[in-house]
Write a protein that binds this ligand. Structure first.
Ligand code: MRU
Length: 356
């Protein structure tokens, strides 16, 4: 998608280096960063220079390529894979990408391994682009249905950033929005700020602005009253891990939006590529929920009057804080799952119907 009218992807491989858009600097600064080693990749995932389930999966795949460039050695490759998987615990795409790469590379000789690793990492990336595009085309049908009835601007609420910046291109939750916009359907997006890291305000609003899609940033607690006032036609969010029973683990606060949506009869959709489905865990209590540094809560970063990026503390040093990064929305609150293969009920039957 576009930044200042130039087409970008979030990650690419060039001259034996991985290039990323450093998302910790957005929206105030646009910086392309080079990852030279697997350690750089791990660090980029941990510090959220790259974030979003599909993108961290892609970064892990390229991280393994960098590990081969660094040291063509099987035990180093295995250790790199383990460290990449451990770099963030909740999004299943990390493990999915590493497992897929390791399977492909198992038994491959030293001479061919780099070439094969690069091809597979690029396959993962191209596949994600296609999946996200198809999620958009499938989700577009829902928006078109609403548009046929409403004949006015459609208000869509989203949480966090499940946009193209969280994937390689298109995004998951935003892909139906981009496709609808391209078809001339009038859309307005309510963007949840998404404390504490403000992925909504900093990233979703930014990427929608760059594509010319009207949007309004709201506090994380505003969705409820907007739904009560009839100002939300549908919600679309992304996911970091969806269980085979349809339970959806996504950015903290998603669950509360789904409860408000249920209470107000607002359709609540989750958009996901199949790489985000965890077919193994049966109980959501087994999902490792990331708990991040409390400084993300106690401090906010922004731009001051002199255009300088600054960070300030916003509550007493003495106050304790807890920074849970994800929550789980039970399947019963989800209207449907929008996947690359079609839309299904959030249930084992629904998912298995699409992904045999
Ligand atoms: O902590 P983040 O910014 O990596 O969390 C991102 C989300 O929660 C997204 O909704 C999710 O990864 C889906 S991305 C298409």
């Amino acid at each position: 998608m576009r930044i200042e009218n130039k087409e970008y992807r979030t990650i690419w491989f060039e001259n034996n280096l991985v290039k990323i858009i450093d998302q910790t600097k957005l929206p105030h600064q646009f910086r392309i960063k080079e990852l030279k080693t697997v350690k750089d990749s791990i660090n980029a995932i941990k510090t959220m220079e790259v974030r979003g389930a599909p993108l961290i999966g892609a970064t892990a795949a390229y991280g393994l390529v960098l590990s081969i460039v660094e040291k063509n050695d099987l035990s180093f490759l295995k250790k790199s894979g383990e460290d990449l998987i451990a770099s963030r615990p909740t999004a299943i795409n990390l493990k999915w990408a590493v497992d897929r790469m390791m399977k492909k590379l198992s038994g491959v000789n030293e001479k061919d391994i780099f070439k094969l690793a690069l091809v597979e990492a690029k396959n993962i990336i191209e596949e994600d682009v296609n999946f996200c595009k198809n999620i958009g085309l499938n989700g577009l049908k829902i928006i078109e249905e609403i548009s046929n009835k409403k004949k006015d601007t459609i208000n869509i609420l989203t949480h966090c950033n499940a946009g193209w910046l969280a994937t390689i291109d298109w995004g998951t939750a935003t892909s139906p929005i981009y496709h609808a916009h391209q078809k001339g359907i009038k859309i307005h997006v309510w963007v949840d700020e998404t404390r504490p890291r403000n992925q909504g305000a900093n990233l979703t609003s930014y990427e929608l602005n760059e594509e010319g899609i009207p949007n309004t940033v709201i506090t994380d607690n505003a969705g409820g009253i907007l739904m009560q006032r009839g100002q939300v036609d549908m919600c679309i969010v992304g996911t970091d891990r969806t269980l085979s029973n349809g339970d959806v683990c996504n950015k903290i606060g998603t669950y509360l939006k789904a409860l408000a949506a249920k209470d107000n009869n607002v359709p609540f959709y989750v958009a996901l590529p199949s790489s985000t489905i965890d077919w193994n865990i049966k109980d959501h209590k087994q999902i490792p929920i990331e708990e991040r540094n409390s400084e993300e809560l106690s401090h906010v970063e922004g731009i001051d009057k002199n255009n300088q990026v600054t960070k300030v503390r916003i509550y007493p040093k003495k106050s304790k804080s807890m920074n849970l990064a994800f929550d789980v929305t039970p399947a019963k609150l989800v209207t449907g799952l929008i996947t690359e293969k079609g839309i299904c009920e959030a249930s084992e039957k629904g998912l298995k119907g699409l992904f045999k």
